[in-house]
Design a binder for this molecule. Structure first.
Ligand SMILES: [Zn+2]
Length: 247
């Protein structure tokens, strides 16, 4: 739903929802850097604080998450749901729907299909549900939903899903973003998470980078981040699509 004439402009262009601080950076850190460099205002919403971590005391990850957001040029909000035990339930759906109605983003990004990590699967389901609920009215007539009744409905233009890198690489995607020119920024943002990744030669980081290189290889660039979409992409100008190495 486009903003009506005279309505306040959206406070964020994109809202990115993930289970843990570092998920958004891993899945689409290059895309975030590119969006930010094009002047887009982006809010990362972590549904949990990602504690405990393997290599640091409680609280360290939060500071690292702040630093990663600064490096990418985005803002961050960390909610306090339980890491490892995140569940898709009405309260968290409504909480996220309220954030969507508050910030009125054009685009929402949520974790793609996931089953390895239950928090990621829950985050995917919560995001889909919240985007739908955010566009509905009549909340004063829904027991438990009254908290949304003071806000106008909001329907983002698009719901996109970056790939959860704990899952096998997708064979079909809606599109990919060429992140070659900002890949060093993505590396720096991930390097901020010393509580999760080892300083040098971290195997997980190497595998994450290998996936971005794999999608880049398929499309003829150095690095690309893959996305699926809730509905097919619609082009006004068919000439805007970039060339691919194999046509
Ligand atoms: Zn995660």
């Amino acid at each position: 739903m486009p903003a009506e004439e005279g309505a306040p402009s959206p406070s964020f262009d994109a809202l990115v929802v993930a289970a843990h601080p570092d998920d958004a950076e891993v899945q689409m850190g290059g895309t975030l850097a590119k969006l930010a460099r094009r002047g887009q205002r982006i809010l990362l919403v972590d549904l949990t604080d990602g504690e405990p971590t393997e290599f640091a005391e409680p609280g360290v990850r939060a500071r690292q998450a702040t630093e990663a957001a600064r490096i990418l040029g985005v803002e961050r909000l960390t909610l306090q749901h339980r890491d490892r035990l995140l569940v898709d339930e009405p309260g968290i759906r409504l909480e996220l729907a309220r954030l969507i109605r508050q910030h009125r983003p054009r685009w929402v990004y949520g974790t793609g299909e996931a089953c390895v990590h239950p928090d990621h699967a829950a985050a995917a389901a919560i995001t889909r549900a919240a985007v739908f609920l955010a566009r509905l009215g009549q909340w004063e007539r829904v027991p438990g939903g009254e908290g949304l009744s003071d806000q106008e409905p909001w329907a983002p233009d698009r719901l996109f899903f970056p790939h959860c890198k704990m899952e096998p690489a997708w064979s079909e995607i809606a599109f990919a973003v060429d992140v070659s020119e900002v890949y060093e920024v993505k590396r720096q943002a991930l390097a901020a998470y010393g509580s999760i990744f080892k300083p040098a030669g971290d195997q997980l980081l190497m595998l994450y980078e290998a996936e971005d290189a794999y999608f880049g290889r398929m499309l003829g660039v150095a690095f690309a981040e893959p996305f699926r979409a809730a509905s097919p992409l619609l082009l006004d100008d068919p000439t805007v699509v970039l060339a691919s190495v194999h046509g």
